[in-house]
Design a protein around this ligand. Structure first.
Ligand code: ARG
Length: 289
């Protein structure tokens, strides 16, 4: 009996040593580029999946939602390039800056504009996409808006997504309007379509994407914004990660892969997709319309 126990012990020790070996090979800092990440071996990416074609839930043929969009394809590309396992953590956009501030994620990929104040919470990658801003309404309300100046009217209720640069745009161009902050970009589309609000500030491509599914939406005009373009938020001070993220990003764009991601995302976004967050089991909430 003692012999058996000793054998088992020896076997366990051997397994332990072998495990130790692999851990030393693949362990902290031992991925291809020796990167340190918030969770060893993983690339933790936070996003706000209410933003087609950047990030959203597309329904597969069984109606199961899965994360889609060109930011998500790019996240996978970068994780592969860095030799790390991708872990995406969905949240509302207004949680993203705080989460980066607290050092909880490696990357924020959420159609993020490089607003200078945000540089306190994260570092910015190179620009990978040139987004522009828009003011949108519905066909029914289109007569109210002739240009950007016409949005500055106390009779109108105008929505923006909480925590976004669109909040600043509304303050700048529509200070007299009744501006309301909504948690999700998709809430804005819902409120617009139900006639509860008159207009909204959103990113141009997001407006154009939702317009494909909801032809009642109408883009009024482009809205000027200084910190144009989209960047990836990188964990503050992780300069090695920044270096390889930029390397991956530029490769993806230069070789034309990113253009394919854009095309795929745009096609998927005009198909069946779910406009919101999932329940705790990762399913579409049963009361979702
Ligand atoms: N570009 C805007 C910003 O950075 C809006 C981004 C919203 N992103 C999202 N996934 N909902 O403030």
């Amino acid at each position: 009996m003692k012999k058996i126990i000793a054998l088992v012990m020896a076997a366990l020790m051997l397994v332990g040593m072998l495990a130790g070996c692999t851990a030393a090979d693949d362990g902290p800092g031992k991925n291809k580029y020796n990167l340190t990440t918030v969770k060893e071996g993983y690339l933790t990416v936070i996003t706000s999946p209410d933003y087609a074609p950047y990030e959203f839930y597309a329904l597969d043929k069984d109606g199961n939602p899965s994360l889609a969009g060109f930011d998500m394809a790019l996240a996978q590309y970068i994780a592969d390039y860095l030799d790390l396992t991708l872990e995406v953590v969905p949240m509302d956009f207004n949680g993203i800056i705080g989460e980066m501030q607290n050092g909880k994620a490696d990357l924020a990929m959420a159609g993020l504009s490089p607003k200078p104040e945000r540089a306190l919470a994260m570092d910015f990658s190179d620009t990978y996409y040139e987004g522009k801003q828009a003011f949108i309404t519905t066909k029914a309300n289109a007569g109210k808006f002739t240009d950007l100046a016409s949005t500055n009217n106390a009779d109108y209720t105008i929505a923006v997504q909480s925590g976004t640069i669109q909040v600043d745009l509304a303050a700048e161009f529509s200070p007299n309007a009744n501006v309301i902050n909504l948690t999700k970009a998709t809430d804005i589309i819902t409120e617009l379509l139900s006639g509860k609000i008159d207009g909204a500030y959103v990113e141009w491509d997001v407006a154009a994407s939702y317009q494909k599914n909801y032809s009642d939406l109408q883009i009024v005009c482009e809205v000027p914004y200084e910190a144009e373009g989209n960047v990836i938020g990188v964990k503050k001070g992780n300069t090695d990660l920044m270096k390889y993220v930029n390397e991956a990003l530029n490769k993806c764009v230069d070789e034309g892969t990113f253009a394919k991601f854009l095309e795929e995302a745009n096609n998927l976004a005009s198909g069946d997709n779910y406009q919101g967050m999932l329940d705790p089991d990762g399913k579409v909430p049963t009361d979702a319309g």
